[in-house]
Write a protein that binds this ligand. Sequence first.
Ligand code: SF4
Length: 476
Amino acid sequence: MTVSTTALPQMHHVEFDAGLISRLSQSGPRYTSYPTADRFSENFSYPDYLHAVAHARTRGGRHPLSLYLHIPFCDTVCYYCGCNKIVTKNRDKAVTYLGYLKREIEMQGKLFVGLNQVEQLHFGGGTPTYLSDEQMVNLMNHIRRWFQLTDDDKGEYSIEVDPRSVSAERIHRLRKQGFNRISLGVQDVDPEVQRAVNRIQPEDMTLEVIRAAREATFRSISIDLIYGLPKQNLQTMAQTLSKVIAANPDRIAVYHYAHLPHLFKPQRRIHEADLPSSDVKLDMLAMCIKRLNEAGYVYIGMDHFAKPDDELAVAQRQGRLHRNFQGYSTHAEADLIACGVSAISSVGMCYSQNVKTLDDYYDCLDQGELPVARGYKLTMDDVLRRFIIQMLMCNFELSISSLEQAYPIAFNAYFDTELEQLHELAELGLLTINDEWISVTLKGRLLIRNICMVFDRHLQHARQLQSEPIRYSRTV
Ligand code: SF4
């Protein structure tokens, strides 16, 4: 089936080609970073991070920071979940965690003193709203002590909210605490699907939170959906889409459920017989694209849709869109400082990931060290390929001459092997290529990961050695 959405007047479109997708969809990274996190090494440690920060200080041109806080706790487990979280009803655990998180924030704040203006703040998890109001106020005050947050109209301060954990009043209070963007986990509104994934979230509960967020003047309301969940079919998906579109959020993300029970334990509780077939999943995706385009949403890329006046869509039109560990962003130049268990920072030419368990996290901080577990120092080749992958992911095109001006390479000579693969993808209709530009076609946009994988030297190398385990989700 081919569903073309090109007749609509939006600037960014996408074309669904079921034949091409069935043929080319494969396991591949989501490229929230390049190199991807599975390339990080334990040889990278706390002193390497300190060195990267010291180097950031010597760089010319100061850019505001991006700050990420990871709150790992959840009340109950959703069976599809692949996040790093701790499921507990014991609220005391959060009290201890917050004490240590505040220590880490203080240590990072001291490292970045003088460079500590934060234009982008994101609370993710787990469930950030697992924290009480009082804990959130206390944490935000602590952040303001060590970092400078900008004005409400300049800063992008977002929080992931589980509608099951908040009241309308709480949403108003989050706005007063400084958050101005909100994203809500919905996944599917069908009660049977919700039961199959252990996430019971009555529709009214979600609508109430959206209503409150709008009243409280959040600048952007985002909803997350998932296709490919157990008990889902075209009818349930159509209903979910109708209800979500009627609620009129600014952004909608439609993620593909990746069933990887060998990697994510909660997924073992999903009955495989309840999962929709690949054909049904493709039809669901086609329907999502068609319905969201008809409703006026622009395809941003990699599962994300936004209203044409939403800042992500505007940034994409202006070539300012960026991608980091939280997905698409408008803050291209920012170093990212991430605090909390398993959080990943990106400072200058390095990535640094925190330890993954609470015990290790507390031990490191007790010893007066930042809890760095592993990381990666980018080479110039990595920086070049990161730039290319960013351009393709965010803008669906790459100017070869601009690249050659910015980096000391001759594109055709440097990427001769990649060019062969690109020409194969061009023959399949995923992209066009000439001396000046690589441009992703409308039907190539859904397979953007396949195109980026051509430039992933680490992945190509692992494949040559045939040492690539299945750790990625499928590209569509
Ligand atoms: S999906 Fe979200 S709320 Fe559910 S278990 Fe995972 S992190 Fe927690």
